[in-house]
Design a protein around this ligand. Structure first.
Ligand SMILES: N[C@@H](CCC(=O)N[C@@H](CS)C(=O)NCC(=O)O)C(=O)O
Length: 195
C-alpha cells in the first residue's frame, strides 16, 4: 500500500497514527505529495491528501474511509461496534474533522494576497473552531483511544501548529488537561506536524 501524505495535514495524521497503533505502518510506503501534483488525481479525484493506493490498483480516500479500512484490516477497535460508543466516536470524529476543515480554510485564506482576503470568511471559519472547542470542553472525553478521541487530539495539535498565537487552553481548562495526558502516546508524539 502507498499512502500519499504531507507532514502538515491533520487528516493524514489520523491515518498515520491509526496505521502505527494497529501495527500496519511497516506495510505502508509513505509517498510525500504536494496537493498540486497532477499524479495525486489518479488516487483521489478530489486532489487531496490522504489518499491510499492499494496493492490491487484501486485507491481509497478520504481520511475517514482510510481509517475505517485500516482498522477493519487489523481487526482493530478504533471504530466501536454499533451502539452508543460508536455514535459518540463518529460524532467526535465529525466535529474534529469539521474543525480541521475550518482551520485549513483559514490558513489558505491567510495566504492569499492581502487585497483578496475576506475578513467575513475568516470570521465564519473561526466561529466553527470556537464553537467546536466549546463543545469539546463540555464533552466527557476519557482516556480511551478510538477514532473520536484520536481526531480530537489531532485537531488540537493542529491548532497549536498553525494558530499558536490563539491559545485555546485558557478558556478550555478541562480540554487542556485531557489533551496534555492523551497526547503523551508515542504514536502521537512521533507524528507531530511539521513544515
Ligand atoms: N475530508 C478530507 C479532507 C482532506 C483535506 O482537506 N486535505 C487537505 C490537506 S490538510 C488537502 O489535501 N487540501 C488540498 C485541496 O483542498 O486542494 C479527509 O478527511 O481526508
Amino acid at each position: 500500500m502507498k499512502l500519499r501524505y504531507s507532514t502538515t495535514s491533520p487528516f493524514v495524521r489520523k491515518v498515520h497514527v491509526l496505521a502505527i497503533e494497529t501495527g500496519q505502518i511497516d506495510r505502508i510506503e509513505l509517498v510525500k505529495t504536494v496537493t498540486a501534483d497532477p499524479d495525486l488525481g489518479r488516487n483521489n479525484p478530489l486532489q487531496k491528501v490522504p489518499a491510499l493506493a492499494l496493492d490491487d490498483g484501486t485507491s481509497l480516500y478520504d481520511s475517514r474511509v482510510i481509517c475505517e479500512y485500516l482498522d477493519a484490516q487489523a481487526g482493530g477497535t478504533f471504530f466501536p461496534p454499533s451502539g452508543p460508543a460508536r455514535w459518540t466516536a463518529l460524532r467526535r470524529q465529525a466535529l474534529a474533522d469539521g474543525m480541521m476543515d475550518a482551520a485549513v480554510l483559514r490558513l489558505m485564506e491567510s495566504k492569499r494576497p492581502e487585497t483578496l482576503r475576506s475578513e467575513e470568511w475568516d470570521k465564519r471559519q473561526k466561529l466553527k473552531v470556537a464553537q467546536g472547542l466549546a463543545a469539546l470542553e463540555a464533552d466527557h472525553l476519557g482516556p480511551q483511544l478510538d477514532i473520536g478521541t484520536l481526531s480530537v487530539a489531532i485537531v488540537l495539535d493542529y491548532l497549536d501548529f498553525r494558530f499558536k498565537a490563539e491559545d485555546w487552553r485558557p478558556a478550555h481548562p478541562k480540554l487542556a488537561a485531557w489533551h496534555k495526558t492523551f497526547s503523551e502516546r508515542a504514536s502521537l508524539r512521533k507524528t507531530l506536524p511539521h513544515d
